[in-house]
Design a protein around this ligand. Structure first.
Ligand SMILES: Cc1cc2nc3c(=O)[nH]c(=O)nc-3n(C[C@H](O)[C@H](O)[C@H](O)COP(=O)(O)OP(=O)(O)OC[C@H]3O[C@@H](n4cnc5c(N)ncnc54)[C@H](O)[C@@H]3O)c2cc1C
Length: 560
């Protein structure tokens, strides 16, 4: 059972067991738990639930951000509002990106219970079977598609019911869209007219094709992992959740991770882990925390005066992300979300409809329909994903266009470009240096240009013709491959899927082994998007939840 040392009045920062939190100077004593989980994001909330479920182990979950009280978190379309909401968002920036005309690229990341699953676009796309088979082929036994499918199913509560590829009894609701709009359906028909078949289930036997996305929502509300996994576990006496608690350093006893030092309400506190520390701080903050703790490239650590616990050059290496580049269309009819948002009356009606029935445009996620296709016949599986949206904007998170508009973006699924994450200083409150190096390989440049050409063909197909007044961006002035590439450089940005900064593997740059233990250390695992050997060909939330489900099983097995 959790020790009750060093707590005082901070009820607000303590989600449960407040009765057990009384008195004494918080800084002077050490908390003690079996497991300390750092980060209550997509992965961390899964761990907190599963590890505390049988009541045998005490678990402390530390989260740098606040509780998920912001109302917009729970409204699907609210993700647009949270994009630049610094109370729940780390709001990182990359360094100037050489492949994107030297622009810095905004990187939102959730800083709140639920982490990025509380601010994300809600799309449920697992990636391709071949992604996981590739992980296994690279030496990660136990991570092939057949191995991970049971964990996708275990997590899932699929609205359509269980089948060979889906589970129906899990904590994570996966639902069909509740708002039917003619543009999103026309996109699927238009894709069909260009030879892309209809696919009713991107997470079924094959990903290829066009169709509607499913979302992690339940009855029109967001199902973050804080909602799906943490809430049901809240009442457990062996689970303690501390918010506004920034982990600053892992403390080591030799090569064994022993405790976490964290700052909460200005007080420095320490929590010991009798069994393990589980770092689930996301693809940017997990490598940052390891580096701050002396686990990382030795030259970088010394440069910042940090004692080297383990020279691990792979920590922060191999950063990968999905880029997106958007095509914007002016619509002939006032049926887009732009029209709703730009009309006070329609806005109020949409709000009322949502409040009364949980229906209407406020249930729209970061994509309604989409498509997966190959840009070359020599490819075995799709290399491009299209996200179609019945609205348009210059930049996500900014005002929608004043005209009736819709848009669709190209996302290359398996980029070859690799970047890095390095601390800038030993100060844990300082944002790390993020370099993604978008478009730094020829394969990536060609895929984006070819993807844009296919997307343009879809947008000009007969099924969409009644709705298209003109292409606004890139527009008629852009037609050659060179011009399209220049457009990618000028307008490309992230689709928010950074991974692989603490990669799983067995080569010298791999950070964790197949059980997600940090190689060369004891009592320490990384469990989140940073362990992906490489990016999955889809949106990353589902895969990360699967990773945490599988990790929970491995951790519990090891504890026997
Ligand atoms: C705007 C946006 C849109 C997205 N859209 C989609 C989508 O539609 N579908 C999809 O599948 N994926 C989407 N993603 C990606 C997906 O949500 C993330 O890949 C996933 O949530 C990451 O999970 P994680 O557990 O690795 O990290 P996170 O969920 O980011 O969790 C990390 C947690 O650790 C906390 N933390 C960090 N450092 C510390 C510290 N030092 N001490 C204590 N706590 C700390 C953070 O505050 C955070 O809560 C999107 C992401 C964003 C940002």
């Amino acid at each position: 059972m959790a020790a009750t040392a060093g707590r005082d009045k901070d009820k607000d920062e303590t989600m449960n067991g407040t009765a057990r939190f009384r008195a004494r100077d918080r800084s002077s004593e050490t908390l003690e738990f079996d497991y300390v989980v750092v980060g209550a994001g997509s992965a961390g909330c899964v761990l907190a639930n599963r590890l505390s479920a049988d009541g045998r182990h005490s678990v402390l979950l530390l989260e740098a951000g606040p509780k998920d009280n912001n109302l917009w978190i729970h409204v699907p379309l609210g993700y647009g509002r949270l994009f630049k909401e610094k109370t729940v968002n780390w709001m990182y920036q990359t360094e100037p990106e050489p492949g994107l005309d030297g622009r810095t690229i905004f990187q939102p990341r959730g800083k709140v219970l639920g982490g990025s699953s509380s601010i994300n676009g809600l799309l449920y796309v697992r990636g391709q079977h071949e992604d996981y088979d590739r992980w296994r082929q690279h030496g990660n036994s136990g991570w092939g598609f057949d191995d991970v499918l049971p964990y996708f199913k275990k997590a899932e509560n699929q609205e359509r019911g269980a089948d060979d590829f889906h589970g129906a009894g899990g904590p994570l609701p996966v639902s069909d869209l509740v708002h039917a709009d003619p543009l999103s359906a026309a996109f699927i028909a238009a894709a069909g007219e260009t030879g892309i078949p209809v696919n009713p289930d991107f997470n079924g036997a094959s990903q290829e094709g066009a169709g509607f996305f499913q979302t992690t929502t339940r009855r029109g509300r967001r199902a973050s992992t804080a909602v799906a996994y943490l809430r049901p576990a809240r009442g457990r006496r062996n689970l303690q959740v501390e918010t506004s608690a920034l982990a600053q350093r892992i403390l080591f006893d030799g090569h064994r991770a022993d405790a976490i030092e964290f700052r909460q309400a200005g007080v420095l506190r320490t929590a010991r882990a009798r069994k393990e520390i589980l770092v689930s701080s996301g693809a940017y903050n997990s490598p940052q925390l390891l580096q701050l703790s002396g686990v990382g490239p030795a030259e970088l650590l010394r440069q910042h005066g940090i004692d080297v616990v383990l020279d691990a050059p792979g920590v922060g290496h191999d950063l990968q992300d999905h880029m997106q580049v958007r095509v914007v269309m002016r619509c002939t009819q006032s049926i887009t979300l732009n029209d709703v948002v730009n009309s006070p009356v329609r806005r109020i009606l949409a709000g009322a409809r949502y409040a009364a029935f949980r229906k209407g445009p406020l249930t729209i996620a970061a994509g309604t329909s989409g498509a997966f296709f190959k840009t070359s016949p020599r490819l075995a599986t799709p290399d491009i994903q299209i996200h179609f949206l019945p609205f348009s904007t210059d930049k996500m998170g900014e005002r929608l266009h004043s005209f009736s508009g819709f848009s669709a973006s190209v996302c290359q699924l398996r980029p070859e470009s690799r970047g890095s994450l390095r601390i800038r200083s030993a100060d844990p409150t300082m944002a790390p240096e993020i370099r993604i190096n978008y478009l730094s390989t020829e394969v990536d440049r060609i895929a984006n240009v070819e993807g844009l050409k296919v997307l343009r063909r879809i947008l000009q197909a007969p099924a969409l013709r009644p709705y298209v007044m003109q292409e606004v961006d890139p527009g008629a002035k852009v037609s050659t491959d060179e011009e399209l590439l220049n457009y990618c450089r000028a307008r490309g940005s992230t689709i928010y899927h950074p991974t692989s900064t603490c990669r799983m593997g067995s080569d010298p740059l791999a950070v964790v082994d197949q059980s997600l233990r940090v190689r060369g250390l004891e009592g320490l695992r990384v469990v989140d998007g940073s362990i992906m050997p490489d990016l999955v060909s889809g949106n990353t939330n589902a895969a990360i939840i699967m990773i945490a489900e599988k990790a929970s099983d491995m951790i519990l097995q090891d504890s026997r």
